[in-house]
Design a protein around this ligand. Structure first.
Ligand code: SF4
Length: 448
């Protein structure tokens, strides 16, 4: 609990001013903990705003908190276990626990019955969080209508020069291993007028770089606008210097869209195209809607239009029925394509998904072996991709102080590749830098 002393004006009848009195207001302290993807990170800013508007004080550690809000992830069992463990500890310390997000939506009653949380909410129910923290109301009675976009809320963020904004929520794809459509509901795109209002608000606050987010951002469609129309329109807003987007389903990337993107000077040259597997059999059972040839065709379009593309991907090994040969096809494709970076995972059964009921599950130790080998393989490629840049010059955009190193700053190249800049300067500055070496995978840079 946090004690605030405020002056309250005293008004008489007819609005006569009788001065003011001092009152003490007790504010709830709330700790917000976020697990999972970029969407959850962006949602955390929405929740922060809702808490602030309700007069709830947000604290940076759980020790001083009266209530703890968890924005959870259900993509893998490990993410759920971590959130459940933290929630249990917090309840053991007598704190009110509100478990929100994907895990809340998928495992609601079970979490309450198991004593893990006081309240559980899905990703469409964040507006209920402040009243639950304040103890004013119970859970919403109706199931969530899957229509929420939060587009009336003005976004806030931690970084003074860079922000992310969800332009669509949910997913209609039902890839057979994925819980997102069950947890986050069907696709909904935010109306352009709301997005423009949110983006102008961010630009007025000094934001220069914006990432448009969606579970499958390329599926954006609203009022006759497709995603590429949206990108072109947003890029024309005055004051916006850098514009990126995440995450793209490879199937939905068209050649025309890539060519139109190449004509947008503010666009960042980052393409995150989750491949998952390079075996057509596995891709078919995953329900991904493309084969490896179509995937590589899209990579070629992107690299032709943006020769300095930072190409990243997601890879999933040990999917049910994945043979050693299927797995080798993925290793071969990783060599051939040369991703600059990859997020790599072993398959994790998610209850309720079609893949969880497939026969031929790969034994867990074998999944782990494949993952460890893949990581070693890709890490060498990632390192070579960074090494090739040493000696080059690049324009960089300064985004944050470097976590270690006096006076050094973190900065991003046009393709969002991160560098550690040996130069103390203000956030949001753009400057020419020489890439002088590596520290681990991090690129070291000096101003030119
Ligand atoms: S596209 Fe597939 S993997 Fe991505 S969120 Fe939708 S269902 Fe999940």
């Amino acid at each position: 609990m946090f004690l605030d002393i405020v002056k309250m004006p005293l008004k008489g009848t007819g609005g006569l001013d009788y001065g003011c009195r001092i009152v003490r207001i007790f504010r709830m302290n709330c700790f917000l903990k976020v697990y999972g993807c970029q969407m959850n990170a962006a949602d955390a800013h929405l929740v922060s705003r809702l808490l602030a508007e309700a007069g709830i004080n947000q604290v940076s550690g759980s020790n001083e908190a009266d209530a703890v809000v968890l924005l959870t992830c259900s993509v893998r069992q490990r993410a759920e276990d971590r959130a459940a463990g933290f929630a249990r500890t917090m309840r053991g310390e007598g704190k009110k626990v509100i478990l929100a997000g994907c895990m809340g939506r998928l495992r609601g009653k079970e979490l309450i019955d198991g004593g893990i949380a006081d309240f559980v909410l899905g990703p469409d129910d964040y507006r209920a969080i402040p009243s639950l923290v304040l103890g004013k109301s119970a859970l919403p009675q109706r199931p969530s209508p899957n229509l929420e976009t939060y587009s009336d809320l003005l976004p806030s963020g931690n970084n003074p020069v860079s922000a992310s904004l969800a332009v669509m929520r949910g997913c209609n794809n039902y890839c057979t291993y994925c819980v997102v459509p069950y947890a986050r509901g069907p696709e909904r795109s935010v109306p352009y007028a709301d997005l423009e209002r949110q983006i102008r608000h961010l630009l007025d606050k000094g934001i220069k770089q914006i990432f448009l987010l969606g579970q499958n951002v390329l599926a954006y469609h609203r009022e006759g606008m497709e995603f590429i129309d949206l990108v072109e329109r947003v890029a024309r807003l005055e004051g916006l210097e850098r514009l990126g987007f995440l995450t793209s389903h490879p199937r939905d990337l068209s050649r025309e869209a890539v060519q139109r993107m190449a004509g947008i000077p503010q666009l960042l040259h980052l393409f995150h195209l989750p491949l998952q597997s390079a075996s057509n059999d596995v891709l078919k059972r995953m329900g991904r809607g493309y084969g490896i040839a179509e995937y590589e065709e899209r990579v070629a379009w992107v690299r032709e239009a943006f020769p300095d593309t930072y190409l990243t991907t997601d890879l999933l090994v040990g999917f049910p029925g994945e043979t050693e040969r299927d797995y080798q096809l993925t290793l071969d494709a990783v060599d051939r394509i040369g991703f600059d970076f990859a997020y790599m995972f072993a398959y994790s059964e998610r209850p309720g998904t079609r893949a969880a009921d497939m026969g031929n599950q790969v034994a867990v130790p074998e999944r782990k072996r494949r993952l460890a080998q893949l990581i070693e393989h890709q890490n060498a490629i990632t390192r070579r991709s960074a090494e090739r840049l040493v000696g080059a010059e690049a324009e960089v955009f300064v985004t944050a102080p470097a976590p270690r190193g006096e006076g050094a700053m973190l900065a991003e190249m046009k393709n969002t590749r991160l560098v550690i800049l040996n130069h103390n300067t203000r956030l949001g500055e753009k400057l020419k830098a020489r890439l002088v070496g590596l520290a681990g995978w991090s690129i070291l840079a000096e101003p030119c």
